[in-house]
Design a protein around this ligand. Structure first.
Ligand code: BTN
Length: 265
């Protein structure tokens, strides 16, 4: 690329990074990404499936005008800097969406670990953290009679391009590694890892990945509150709930009930 002028180099870089179906679909080997749809701008990739879409259908966007986060929050990212996509899943039971958020979170964690070659943690139920800062989030929502699993991964955002209002401080792969990453390569790896994790979950439930989850559990040993009750996070239950030790008792709680008391890396 050295012989190219600056403008040509950035055009080359954009093409290299582009996520349109012509460039991505030939690289996909599994069921996830079939069909593959891409929109430059949309409201939210979570909203673009129909009841006729098969399991494994994927929607990717370069930009979202109303990106959805957990608990009604917004997910913001500048155009073409992050990975923003959703996968349609048709598990045997729709009430298992919270487990799928962990399955998705683990898959994203594994891909980020290999991209950065450093440990990455999963903050129950859905945040992917590097050095205590959030690099990705996963959202599992029941829609069109299926589960839509959304992933937002901060890839090439620079300083000043990450939300400052985030409850957990945000980072990107670029800020951690000091270099840009190829979004297309990451997307292909993520879809393969998500499919593998989902198949493992279908075969053996969360128990099949309990060791990997436990090894990356950010909350373990930290103080959390549930309303007026304060306890210490003590791992993830086989059904995906968070275990909290409280006055000598171990409680299993669902997301929405728990707040982390102090966010330390
Ligand atoms: C969270 O951490 O709160 C979950 C964030 C999930 C964001 C992704 S971006 C792609 C997909 N489309 C959305 O509107 N949200 C998810």
């Amino acid at each position: 690329m050295e012989h190219l002028a600056h403008g040509e180099r950035s055009l080359f870089r954009e093409l290299e990074d582009a996520l349109d179906p012509e460039r991505v679909a030939p690289l996909l080997r599994g069921r996830f990404g079939s069909p593959y749809r891409f929109c430059e701008v949309c409201e939210s990739t979570q909203l673009l499936f129909s009841e006729h879409d098969p399991e494994g259908a994927v929607v990717v966007a370069d930009e979202q005008t109303a990106g959805r986060g957990r608990r009604g929050r917004h997910w913001k990212a500048p155009p073409a800097r992050a990975l923003l996509f959703s996968v349609l899943l048709r598990p045997p039971r729709l009430d298992l969406a919270p487990q799928l958020s962990l399955v998705g979170g683990l898959a994203v964690t594994l891909v980020v670990e290999s991209a950065l070659a450093q440990p990455v943690q999963l903050k129950w139920p859905n945040d992917v953290l590097v050095g205590g800062q959030k690099v990705a989030g996963v959202l599992a929502e029941g829609r069109v009679g299926a589960i839509v699993l959304g992933v937002g991964l901060n890839v090439n955002q620079g300083p000043g391009e990450l939300p400052l209002d985030a409850r957990t401080p945000a980072t990107s792969l670029r800020l951690v590694a000091g270099r840009e990453h190829d979004r297309r390569e990451l997307l292909v790896a993520l879809l393969a890892e998500l499919e593998l994790a989902y198949e493992r979950w279908l075969d053996g439930g969360l128990a099949a990945m309990h060791g990997e989850l436990a090894a990356r559990d950010f909350l373990a040993g930290r103080v959390v509150t549930m309303g007026d009750i304060r306890g210490v996070a003590a791992g993830i239950a086989p059904d995906g709930r968070l275990l909290v030790e409280c006055d000598g008792e171990t409680l299993a709680v669902t997301s929405g009930e728990v707040e982390l008391v102090e966010h330390r890396p």
